[in-house]
Design a binder for this molecule. Structure first.
Ligand SMILES: C[S@@+](CC[C@H](N)C(=O)[O-])C[C@H]1O[C@@H](n2cnc3c(N)ncnc32)[C@H](O)[C@@H]1O
Length: 344
């Protein structure tokens, strides 16, 4: 439950409002139809903890520098404390180093404690931010779905967390994000979500044995994405040119893109897959496909992160380069080169 009884209000916006939802505390409900690719929130951090493996003292230090209104705002956020200790492992293996042991004990005490604490609120609401994590006072109000209709990103260029819609959303629908990696299977997701103190009942968490269900299809897609990701991961990034030399590589990426779209994941991962397809096509001299994939990558990236996202310009420049190669190729195919007097 939220730590205070005062209902939170979303920043003034045309897209959604925060409402109390049965069994979920508060959540964000669309107040008009929203098209895919709409930025519905930019949110500045309230409390930043600059390391991933934070200790209680790191949160205390960050909290101590807040103004009193910010402290009150922090304590108005949802807390996942009060979980039964029996639901969690009762022992820590002796091989675990002392610092990590202390960290686990602090986290456990916060989760199972009787009251909301700095840690229990941080656990429930923090989002990755650079090398650490932060609490964003409005982004925290979005509930989870394993099959979400929106996604979040830390945009370092504007210093804000953004929420973008990944699908067309109807007025009255809840806007959700995913707290977990889409590749994870139902069991792993359920374990991860236990840390937040709830059991997910989204369509992807339905009966996976029913072959006609969304959950069945979704599980199949996730499994295939996971396999394709494993097969291609080491050949992406700075090793992409090695990947490009393998005949099946681009097809694997394309398959991954189809599966992600089937799952409704119009997010940065999908944009990244299309961008890599574009670069592979460029490397292999298939500029026509390269332009198509590159434009698709930019369209998705614009929709899920925005053109002000730090690496958007770099991606757009790469796509322009592929387009220029395609134009040259077309020119040569039409004999324009022969007409170019300046080259004689
Ligand atoms: C980041 S907060 C989300 C906003 C929160 N509902 C609130 O009232 O402020 C995370 C908490 O919301 C609740 N929650 C999020 N997604 C949920 C879901 N799909 N089903 C039930 N509870 C959910 C859980 O209590 C979780 O610990």
């Amino acid at each position: 439950m939220p730590s205070t009884d005062t209902a939170p209000v979303a920043p003034k916006n045309a897209y959604y409002e925060i409402r109390a939802l049965p069994g979920k505390g508060y959540g964000c409900i669309a107040i008009q139809n929203i098209s895919r690719g709409t930025r519905i929130l930019t949110d500045a951090p309230l409390l930043i903890v600059p390391m991933a493996d934070y200790m209680k003292t790191d949160i205390e230090l960050a909290f101590s520098s807040l103004a009193s209104a910010q402290k009150a705002l922090y304590f108005s956020l949802h807390s996942g404390h009060g979980q039964p200790a029996s639901a969690w492992p009762s022992q820590i293996h002796p091989s675990v180093p002392a610092r990590e042991r202390q960290r686990i004990e602090e986290q456990h005490a916060a989760r199972t404690g009787k009251e909301a604490t700095l840690i229990s609120i941080f656990q429930t609401n923090c989002m990755e931010m650079g090398a650490g994590a932060a609490v964003f006072p409005y982004a925290v109000r979005f509930n989870h779905s394993c099959n979400p209709n929106a996604c979040f990103s830390w945009n370092a260029a504007i210093g804000k967390e953004t929420i973008h819609t990944m699908r067309d959303i109807k007025e009255g629908e809840e806007v959700t994000i995913s707290y977990v990696d889409m590749e994870h299977d139902k069991r792993l997701r359920a374990w991860e979500l236990r840390h937040y103190g709830f059991v997910c009942d989204c369509p992807a968490c339905g009966d996976e044995d029913d072959e006609k269900s969304f959950a069945f299809e979704s599980a199949e897609r996730r499994l295939q994405v996971q396999e394709l990701d494993r097969e291609t991961r080491l050949l992406r990034g700075f090793k992409l040119t090695e990947g490009a030399k393998q005949p099946a590589f681009a097809n694997k990426l394309l398959k991954m893109a189809v599966l992600l779209q089937g799952e409704g994941c119009w997010d940065a991962r999908l944009a990244g897959v299309f961008f890599d397809i574009a670069l592979v096509c460029e490397y292999n001299g298939d500029y026509k496909m390269g332009v198509l994939a590159g434009e698709k990558a930019l369209q998705i990236k614009r929709g899920c992160q925005g053109i002000d996202f730090p690496n958007f310009k770099r991606h757009a420049e790469a796509v322009e380069r592929i387009k220029a190669s395609r134009r040259r190729e077309m020119g040569e195919a039409h004999g324009w080169k022969a007409l170019d007097c300046s080259s004689s």
